[in-house]
Design a protein around this ligand. Structure first.
Ligand code: NAP
Length: 655
C-alpha cells in the first residue's frame, strides 16, 4: 500500500546498499540521526552544522565541503550498521531543550524552545496519550470523508466513540477525489502532507493527485474506515433539539446522534462566476473540480478563466497538446520557484526513509520547519514601513525582489508577458503559488495571456471587455470555490432554531478556535473559519490539532457524563476579536489585492492568523471552563435510550 513504518524495525542491513543510499542522503537530516544514534556531541557543532535552507529548498548537501560530507556518510554507515546489529540508541526520545538543540542542528539555525513539544509529539518522542471513552455514552455523525473526516473517524475509533461518516461522493478523498484535472497535485511537500501516523513511501516530492488519492484510500483501508462510511449520502440539514442532533440526508433519511463533526472543507463547492451566457456555450464548459473523465483536449482551442492554484496546474499540464490555449487573467499571481517540484524522490532517499532510524522523522521535521511558520513574521505589517503599497515590511519587500527576479528571468525576452504577469500587490497577499511550469507555458507560441475582464460567454467562445471574442472548443472555469460560505449548503440549526448562516451573517463565519460556535451545542467543525493555512505548512497538521481537541473533549464529556457542551459566547467573542485584530496587523487585509481568505466586507474569514505552533498550543487541551455544560445524569438521561448503534445504522429512519 506504499506505507513505510513510522520507525524502522531493527533488522540486518546490507552495508553496500546502505552506503549507496547514503549518497542520496539529505545530510542535514543525517547529522541529526548520527547524533541520536551515537550521542557524540561533536556532531552538534561545526563543522557538522549545516547551513540553513533558503526558502523551501531541501539543501541536501547541507553546505558541507566534500570531505565533511564523506565523513558524515561514513560515520552514518557505521552507526546504522551498529544499530542494526543491536547497539542501543544513545538519544532515543529527546524532548524539550534537548530536542530543540538537535532541531537547531538539523535546520542550521536556532529553533526556539517553544517548538520542541509540538515536534516531540509529531516525531513520536512524546506521543499523545490515547484516552478511551466509556462505551456507549456518546455517538457522533461525521459529515465528509476527506482528509479531516477520515482523521476524525480514525481518532473516534481509537477513543471508542461510536460514529458513522456520511459522504456525498462514492469514495473517500474529498478534494482529492473531486479535483482530477490534469496536473492536480499538492504544493506542500508530500512527506509533510501526510498524516503524522501514516507515513508513505512517496515517489515524488510533491505528490500528484492520483498518488495522494491512492494514499488516502490506503489509509481508509488500513483503518477499516469504509465500513463506517455511508457513501452517496449527502447531508442537507442538521438540527439540534432535545439534546440531540437530527441529520437529514438528500435521500430523506434521518439519523440522530449527540455529536456532529463537520469535515466538509472550505474548497468544496465550486464557484461559478456570474458571467452571462455560461449556458449558451455549445462545447464542454466546466469547473476544474468537475473535470469530465473522458475529455480529450488534443488539438482543441481552449479557454481557461482564472489564474489561481488550479489554473496554474492545469495550464502547463495541457498546453502542449491543445491547438491553442487562452488564459483570462483577472489578477496576476506571485509565483515561487521550487527545485524539486517535479523530481522523483531518489531511490537512495527512499531506502533511507524505510531503513534508517529517525531519518524520515528528521526529513519531515526539516520540511515542517522550512515551510510552517518561518514566513509568518514576514507577513506582519510594519507601521513604519516606507513602501506599504508594494510590501508590508522589509522582509516581505525582500521576497518581492526575489520573486520579481525569478519572474523576469523566466519571462526574459517577453516584456509583454512581464508587464501582464508581474503583480503590484505584496507577495503572499494571495495564496503563494509554486512554479510548476507556469511561466514556461506562458512563453509557448500556442498560449495567450489576456488581462481583459470576461464579459460574456457566447455559443462559440468567450468575449473579453475589449469586445473581441476568443473562439473556443472548450471553456474551463478555474474560478475557485465558495470558501466563505462555511458548511453551505447544509442547513444547520442550533439550540435557538436559528440557521448558522443567519448567526454568522452572509459569508462571515467565525468560531472559537475555528471549531465551536455558541448556540450550536456539540457541533464541531474541522477546517472551520480562520483555520486555513495562508502562510505555509500542511493543512493536515491543522486537522490533527482540531481532531485531537474535539475527540479529547468528547472523551471528557463521556467520562463526566456531560450531555452537551456549548462554547460560551464571551469566549468565542474574545477569540474572534483576537483573530480579527491579528489579521488587521497581517498581510491579508492589505487593500492591494483580492484573495479568497477575506470576504467582500474585508474581514478575513478563512485564513489562520496565528503561527502553527500557536494554534497547536491553543488546541492542545480543551478547557471545560470555555463551555456551558448541559449535565447528563450519568445514566444516560439526555441521550437516546437506544443501545449502541451498529455501524451505518445510526438511529436511522427512512422517510
Ligand atoms: P482561486 O485561487 O480562488 O482562483 C480563482 C481564480 O479565478 C482567480 O485567478 C480569480 O481572479 C479568478 N476569477 C474568479 N472569478 C472570476 C471572474 N468572474 N472573471 C475572471 N476571473 C475570475 O481558486 P483555485 O485556483 O481553484 O484555488 C483555490 C485554492 O485551492 C488554492 O488557493 C489552494 O488553497 C487550493 N489549491 C491547491 C492546489 C495545490 O496544492 N497545488 C491546487 C489547486 C487548488 P482573482 O485572483 O482576481 O480573484
Amino acid at each position: 500500500m506504499g506505507f513505510v513504518p513510522f520507525a524502522p524495525e531493527r533488522a540486518p542491513i546490507d552495508r553496500a546498499a546502505l552506503t549507496a543510499a547514503l549518497e542520496g542522503a539529505n545530510l542535514p537530516s543525517l547529522v541529526a540521526v548520527l547524533y541520536q544514534l551515537t550521542g557524540d556531541r561533536r556532531w552538534l557543532a561545526d563543522p557538522y552544522r549545516p547551513t540553513r535552507s533558503r526558502g523551501m529548498e531541501d539543501n541536501d548537501p547541507g553546505g558541507f565541503p566534500p570531505e565533511i560530507r564523506a565523513e558524515i556518510r561514513a560515520a552514518a554507515a557505521d552507526a546504522v550498521c551498529a544499530w542494526a546489529a543491536g547497539a542501543p540508541v544513545a538519544v532515543p526520545s529527546p524532548t524539550g531543550a534537548d530536542l530543540a538543540e538537535i532541531m537547531s542542528l538539523a535546520v542550521g539555525e536556532d529553533v526556539p524552545l517553544e517548538y520542541a513539544d509540538m515536534t516531540a509529539e509529531d516525531m513520536g518522542f512524546a506521543p499523545v496519550e490515547v484516552r478511551r471513552a466509556p462505551p456507549g455514552a456518546l455517538r457522533a455523525i461525521v459529515i465528509g470523508a476527506g482528509v479531516s473526516g477520515m482523521l476524525a473517524a480514525i481518532r473516534l475509533a481509537e477513543a471508542g466513540i461510536e460514529h458513522v461518516v456520511l459522504e456525498k461522493n462514492a469514495d473517500v478523498g474529498g478534494t482529492w477525489l473531486e479535483n482530477a484535472y490534469p496536473g492536480a497535485g499538492v504544493d506542500t511537500p508530500s512527506h509533510l502532507y501526510s498524516y503524522s501516523f501514516a507515513p508513505r513511501d512517496w515517489t515524488t516530492h510533491f505528490g500528484k493527485r492520483d498518488e495522494v488519492w491512492e494514499y488516502l484510500r490506503a489509509v481508509a483501508d488500513r483503518h477499516d474506515l469504509r465500513e463506517r462510511i455511508r457513501f452517496g449520502t449527502e447531508v442537507v440539514s442538521a438540527t439540534w433539539a432535545d439534546g440531540c442532533w437530527t441529520v437529514r440526508t438528500a435521500g430523506g433519511e434521518e439519523l440522530t446522534a449527540e455529536v456532529v463533526i463537520t469535515a466538509t472543507g472550505q474548497l468544496n463547492r465550486p464557484r461559478i462566476p456570474p458571467v452571462p451566457g455560461l449556458d449558451r456555450f455549445r462545447g464542454p464548459l466546466f469547473h476544474t473540480a468537475e473535470w469530465p473523465a473522458d475529455l480529450d483536449l488534443t488539438g482543441k482551442r481552449v479557454v481557461v478563466i482564472g489564474t489561481g492554484a488550479s489554473a496554474m496546474q492545469v495550464v502547463p499540464a495541457v498546453a502542449e497538446r491543445v491547438a491553442h490555449l487562452t488564459v483570462f487573467q483577472r489578477s496576476p499571481q506571485w509565483v515561487a520557484p521550487n527545485e524539486v517540484y517535479f523530481s522523483p524522490v531518489a531511490e537512495g532517499a527512499r531506502y533511507l526513509i524505510e531503513h534508517v532510524p529517525y531519518y524520515r522523522l528528521w526529513y519531515r521535521t526539516r520540511l515542517a520547519w522550512n515551510t510552517n511558520d518561518r514566513v509568518h513574521p514576514g507577513l506582519q505589517k510594519d507601521p513604519a514601513w516606507q513602501h506599504p503599497d508594494r510590501s508590508v515590511n522589509a522582509l516581505n519587500d525582500g521576497h518581492r525582489r526575489v520573486f520579481t527576479r525569478y519572474l523576469e528571468a523566466e519571462l526574459a525576452g517577453r516584456p509583454d508577458l512581464v508587464a501582464k504577469a508581474l503583480p503590484d500587490y505584496p507577495p503572499f497577499g494571495k495564496r503563494m503559488l509554486l512554479d510548476n511550469g507556469w511561466f514556461a507555458a506562458l512563453r509557448r507560441e500556442n498560449v495567450t495571456l489576456l488581462t481583459e475582464a470576461v464579459t460574456e460567454v457566447t455559443e462559440t467562445g468567450v468575449r473579453g471587455a475589449d469586445g473581441a471574442e476568443v473562439e473556443a472548443d472548450v471553456v474551463i472555469l478555474a474560478t475557485g470555490f465558495h470558501t466563505h460560505r462555511v458548511l453551505w449548503p447544509i442547513e444547520v440549526r442550533g439550540r435557538s432554531g436559528r440557521r448558522i448562516d443567519e448567526v454568522w451573517g452572509p459569508e462571515d463565519a467565525h468560531a472559537h478556535l475555528g471549531i465551536t460556535v455558541p448556540d450550536f451545542p456539540n457541533l464541531f467543525l474541522t477546517c472551520g473559519p480562520g483555520t486555513v493555512l495562508g502562510h505555509g505548512g500542511s493543512y493536515i497538521t491543522i486537522a490533527e490539532c482540531q481532531v485531537r481537541y474535539i475527540v479529547d473533549l468528547l472523551v471528557t464529556m463521556a467520562e463526566q457524563g456531560i450531555g452537551a457542551v456549548e462554547v460560551r459566547p464571551e469566549v468565542e467573542a474574545d477569540y474572534v476579536r483576537r483573530h480579527d485584530e491579528a489579521h488587521e496587523a497581517m498581510i491579508w487585509t492589505h487593500p492591494g489585492m483580492r484573495n479568497w481568505y477575506r470576504n467582500a466586507a474585508g474581514r478575513v474569514v478563512s485564513a489562520l492568523p496565528w503561527r502553527i505552533v500557536d494554534y497547536w498550543r491553543m488546541t492542545r487541551e480543551p478547557d471545560l471552563r470555555d463551555y456551558r455544560i448541559d449535565p447528563g445524569n450519568g445514566d444516560g438521561a439526555g441521550y437516546s435510550a437506544e443501545p449502541a448503534f451498529q455501524s451505518a445504522q445510526l438511529s436511522s429512519q427512512s422517510p
